[in-house]
Design a protein. Structure first.
Length: 266
């Protein structure tokens, strides 16, 4: 099975199809099988693109360290090092939820490696109160995953995350470290004003897609409002969990990738 090593952490990946490269980065508690194969994404895209699918650290068949310091920025570094390992200078990045968050940070820090970016299940807020509420929820998820039993978890959102994680046979302590690592690293990187300024300078094609019933805090359209020439789609009647397998989501992503990667032929 193909792995690459990033400073002692083994990351599992697979490659499907041929064509322009698309690095596909799954969501929290997911893996490449659940997130991309079972939802028909591989079937939809592999005839036109080289799909680079990975299990993010802490997930799937990749290593699952339990220390917070193994996550945060290092999850973005895994993407850059995987591309380097495969001798790919630039790729389309397609992230969902946590994967979109990783893609978003690579957009801000390393746009030179990106052909285009698709942020699925991603909602941006630059409101300080909403940011604080997001951080509080994330801390509750950390505590929920470190609890000895789900019976000890009382907060509804944290309990729901724990139930999903357990249903997917995850390492709960590793997932707690994923969340805790993000909480420690990302709040220190940029202020809301700096984020807005950086987004305005992005010059690669960006698309955001969410279900119309997405419950994440923030403005669903904010990234598309700020990033020049970005586009936004909402899939009607779907939420954060159900939208990934919706054929309409597949359709808009395929159309976006086709436009970006073939427009030189137009």
């Amino acid at each position: 099975m193909p792995y690459f090593n990033n400073d002692g952490i083994k990351i599992y990946y697979e490659i499907e199809g041929e064509g322009p490269p698309v690095v596909m980065i799954h969501g929290f508690t997911g893996n490449l099988e659940i997130s991309w194969k079972e939802t028909n994404w591989v079937k939809t895209l592999k005839d036109s693109y080289q799909l680079i699918l990975l299990d993010c650290r802490g997930h799937g068949r990749s290593d699952k360290p339990h220390d917070d310091s193994s996550y945060g920025q290092k999850m973005s570094d895994d993407i850059k090092k995987l591309m380097k390992h495969l001798s790919i200078e630039k790729a389309n990045l397609f992230g969902y939820s946590m994967g979109a968050y990783i893609t978003y940070h690579l957009l801000l820090t390393n746009p030179e490696i990106i052909i285009s970016a698709i942020l699925g299940g991603f909602v941006l807020t630059l409101n300080e109160k909403e940011i604080a509420k997001d951080h509080k929820t994330a801390q509750q998820i950390v505590e929920a995953f470190r609890a000895e039993s789900i019976d000890q978890v009382k907060k509804p959102m944290a309990r729901a995350f724990r139930m999903i994680a357990e249903s997917r046979d995850n390492d709960l302590l590793a997932l707690a470290a994923v969340q805790a690592g993000d909480l420690k690293y990302y709040p220190e990187t940029m202020t809301p004003a700096q984020i807005r300024g950086s987004l305005k300078k992005i010059n690669v094609p960006v698309m955001t897609v969410v279900g119309s019933s997405e419950v994440l805090l923030g403005d669903k359209t904010l990234v598309a409002q700020i990033v020049p020439d970005a586009c936004h789609f909402q899939i009607q009647g779907q939420d954060h969990l159900t939208v990934t397998s919706d054929p309409k989501f597949h359709m808009v992503v395929k159309a976006f990738l086709d436009f970006v990667n073939n427009k030189k032929d137009g």
